[in-house]
Design a protein around this ligand. Structure first.
Ligand code: NDP
Length: 307
């Protein structure tokens, strides 16, 4: 049995942690806002811990799922920190969508006391997490990844070893940068079409049967934009962070990357305008505002054609 701790019961951490509840993983939980951990512990008969150190004590695997790698690093030090209680041979499994450079620093600090580090960001969203159908992109030593495989398989359907520590985070950031480009590009294109008198729902039908289709046009726009629902599942602030990581990665590798850099700038602007709590798809609202059109299903308002 792998004794586990889960730290970070947010939008995606909570459904991931649910798969670890029960006898198999002897789960204990910690969350910065304690009431969330109390609620989870009661609902799922998990152990409740009041500090990261208490959660990590006598655990084989400590899982983190926080906004950024800096947040993970902030849990390491002090009497309540992870370094105070993680035992040699145990593993920090970081499911944060983090940044490779900070992860390498965390890994080397943990290695100094014999603790392994695996970065294991996920894709598939909250629904994928609920279904246990996430893709997990791992960075780290192959043996360390094998040891935590039962945990990864509890919430993941596809487990990929991307490379050394930080490789999982790099791959995740580039994936999300592509998502950010797709959302922004579709919003601009559909706004131009609406302004020219072409209905967004009709335009999406055609695009989704043609070569311009993407996850944004096939799923996000029909379900969230045309309906005006804009549910909150993944914060725009987090996608801004991911695109920034991808843009930094390209710069660090000296890869010419004007599109990545521009995308990072656009999402920084959208994050600033939307605030901390807005969903990522709400960036479409920023494009709508700039364009003066609303991308909803149904007939366009009279006089909407500018051409
Ligand atoms: P949320 O903002 O919903 O939750 C963040 C969690 O981290 C909360 O439990 C929060 O605690 C905790 N937290 C925040 N800052 C700190 C800190 N400084 N110290 C300790 N705990 C902290 O984020 P998500 O669950 O959506 O995302 C978590 C990670 O997963 C991110 O890296 C994100 O990019 C990634 N991700 C998210 C997906 C999604 O669909 N939501 C999809 C794929 C990846 P508190 O309750 O106190 O606020």
């Amino acid at each position: 049995m792998l004794r586990t701790a889960f730290l970070g019961l947010g939008a995606i951490g909570t459904p991931m942690a649910r798969h670890l509840a029960g006898d198999r993983f002897d789960l204990v939980v910690w969350n910065r806002t304690l009431s969330r951990a109390e609620h989870f512990a009661t609902e799922h008969s998990a152990g409740l811990r009041r500090t990261p150190a208490a959660a990590a004590s006598e655990r084989d695997v400590v899982i983190t799922c926080l906004p950024t790698s800096k947040d993970v690093a902030s849990l390491l030090d002090g009497p309540d920190g992870l370094l105070a209680s993680m035992a040699p041979g145990s593993t920090l499994l970081d499911c944060t969508s983090g940044d490779p450079a900070t992860s390498r620093q965390i890994a080397s600090r943990l290695a100094a006391q014999g603790v392994h580090f695996v970065d294991a960001p996920v894709s598939g969203g909250v629904i994928g997490a609920e279904r246990g159908a996430l893709t997990v992109m791992c960075g780290g030593d192959a043996d360390a990844i094998e040891r935590v495989r039962p945990i990864l398989e509890s919430f993941g359907q596809r487990i990929v070893h991307a490379g050394p520590v930080g490789a999982g985070h790099a791959l995740k950031a580039v994936n999300n940068a592509l998502l950010a480009m797709q959302i922004w590009g579709a919003a601009e294109g559909l706004a131009a079409l609406a302004s020219a008198g072409v209905r967004p729902d009709l335009a999406l039908d055609v695009i989704n049967a043609s070569s311009g289709r993407s996850n944004a046009t096939e799923n996000l726009f029909p379900e969230r934009v045309l309906t005006g629902a804009f549910p909150r599942t993944f914060r725009a602030a987090l996608l801004d962070k991911d695109v920034g990581i991808a843009a930094d990665l390209a710069r660090a590798q000296k890869i010419p990357s004007p599109l990545l850099q521009l995308t990072a700038e656009l999402w920084r602007m959208a994050h600033h305008e939307l605030g901390e709590d807005a969903d990522h798809v709400e960036a479409v609202r920023v494009v709508e505002r700039l364009a003066g059109v609303a991308l909803r299903a149904g007939p366009l308002p009279l006089g909407s054609s500018h051409s």
